[in-house]
Design a protein around this ligand. Sequence first.
Ligand code: HEC
Length: 416
Amino acid sequence: MVLVGCSSTSVTPTPSTDAGTTSDGSVTPPAKSGLPCAVQDVLSQRCHQCHGPTVQFGAPMPLVTYEDLTATATGGRIIDRVIARVKDDKKPMPQPPNPRLGTADLATLQTWAQTMPRSDETCAYKPPLPTPTADCTPDRSIRPASKWTMPKDKSNEYVCYGVDITEAQKRHITAMIPHIVNNKIVHHVLLLEAPTAQSSTPFACPSGMATTWRMLYGWAPGGAALATPPEAGFPLEGTKHYVVQLHYNNVQALEGETDDSGIDLCTTPTLRANDADVMAFGNLRFTIPPNSPNYTIDCGITVPNNFTGLHFFAAMPHMHNLGAKIETTLIQGGKTIDMGSVPSWDFNAQPWKPIDATVNGGDQIRTTCAWNNNTGQPVKYGSNTEDEMCYSFTMYYPRISGLFSWEVPAATSQCK
Ligand code: HEC
């Protein structure tokens, strides 16, 4: 299993007077930010992907200059919020799936925070750590027929568009790579497959997903492109009806922001040994009682004999906003093997996680989901934002042929 970083992204910056511009067009901070270089290096390499001179991916403020860090916001001094969020195990910064800050970097920030001396140093700018793309050249791209314009007065919007791809001769998709155009508003991107063609002009769609659509791939800031293992590829044959769902976020109420982000595919006519596919574990028949913190279900299936030898290579757990935790495990003989777990769920970060498990008939696959229902209403399974989900989309090969729906393992699971 190869997970590689997200594709390089492009930004249209609005440079401020004393800021410079790098070769890829992104804005660099002024050479004298008023911060010691050690502090600036931590911020530029680990935070500026989102909190740079031009804020991106829904980050609320820049963390660039002395003034930015010493300012006071509703939650207290910005520098104190910085340290609190870097140490926050539930909602860490940088946000997952980006790696946590190391102790040396945290110590640099903490030491400076004690007296916050203004620095006169001129620092060489260290750009955000590189985010590698897939190791292949995309040859198919999925894009909308026109750009979406984000309304100024909406902080969140879910938008979908459809693209049909027709291939006379079978090919294998070997990598799915996000193509993110407007970093200021794009928050996540999902690639789904629908039973029928959908409008190629972007349209508002629910934040959940139609249950007849199947998840193929998802990306959130910091997320990775996904390459299949060398022995497998997703089949592309006849006509496929793809849907891209975009979540836009406009917390700064920007005027006239447009976007036509999509997904690039690497495909090959040289077929891999196995067709890959996605199935979902979890459960569809739960109701979370009102006012129940930490309501948990533990549901599972006994692996049927026709699954013997299936190899699972990536998992994307999926819940909605009340989710607290989701864990899928394979119980094989006396062993427990991780099949994709998110110990503290964050709706805004839904990465594919590499897993490595081969199943046998008679094994157990169990999914535990926990929610905090702080509303006065019961919340049921469903695809709308107000509903909840307990799904773990899981990529595997070889694809089960014949009448098998991706949803069967979740739909037939029994809860303790
Ligand atoms: C991949 C994008 C991304 C990266 C990288 C990132 N942030 Fe954030 N940050 C966000 C988003 C989105 C929010 C708003 C949502 C939230 O608060 O979780 C945010 C909010 C914040 C807040 C304000 C919220 C509060 O609790 O007051 C602070 C402080 C913060 N980030 C600090 C940092 C620091 C420090 C780093 C680097 C060590 C960093 N962030 C890296 C995206 C990012």
